[in-house]
Design a protein around this ligand. Sequence first.
Ligand code: AP5
Length: 211
Amino acid sequence: MAQPRILILGAPGAGKGTQSAKIIEEFDVDHITTGDALRSNKEMDISDMDTEYDTPGEYMDRGELVPDDVVNAIVDEALSQADGFVLDGYPRNLDQAEELEDMTDLNIVLYLDVTEEELVHRLTGRRLDPETGDIYHVEYNPPEDPEVEERLVQRDDDTEETVKERLSVFRENTEPVIEYYEDQGDLERVDGDQAPNEVWEDVKATIEDAA
Ligand code: AP5
């Protein structure tokens, strides 16, 4: 395989960002992440698109999905500039999955399977380094450098209430996407409940097997 075109699926907190960081390093592909792209454009004025709220941030802080038209445009643009990629955070509903079929062909569809109790624990304990974008966890993966620890921040949507809403949006909208790829026989299920390095061993082996 030249540069692989990888889709990584999983619930909020399943470890998509953590594993994507390893994939881009190992396989030299671009990281296309709708969550990061939207966080960089939280205040963008989308009121001319006939949307319920005026900015992506208003959807995100409630744990709701940003309207498809906004997200589809971001992904289409990013994919047109990438040879190999890992796509993280999209598609999140069946309409987006159909759009994606018109945009590109995928080589691998990975699904990080994690229990709900573990997801809540991971999200509420997640911390980010605003300078590097590195992801940490207060218990599972704290930074060694006290200077880094000092500057860590929590994502606005990682509060317990918003996490509950995000998980419910996942069950309603994104679980059908997982079934859709499973029905096509394309889904590579990885046990995401393991420690990060064990998950990585399985992710890496799955990508290499598909090559
Ligand atoms: P987005 O940023 O995509 O968030 P998400 O899907 O909810 O996923 P997360 O980033 O929260 O989790 P992750 O799976 O990357 O886990 P991570 O590796 O950080 O989306 C945010 C919002 O943007 C949405 O709610 C929506 O509003 C909007 N949006 C985005 N895409 C959209 C779309 N397509 N359509 C419409 N709206 C869209 O890990 C989590 C924590 O666990 C970390 O602390 C990490 O250190 C730890 N951890 C990771 N792996 C392990 C492990 N194996 N063991 C123990 N701890 C681990």
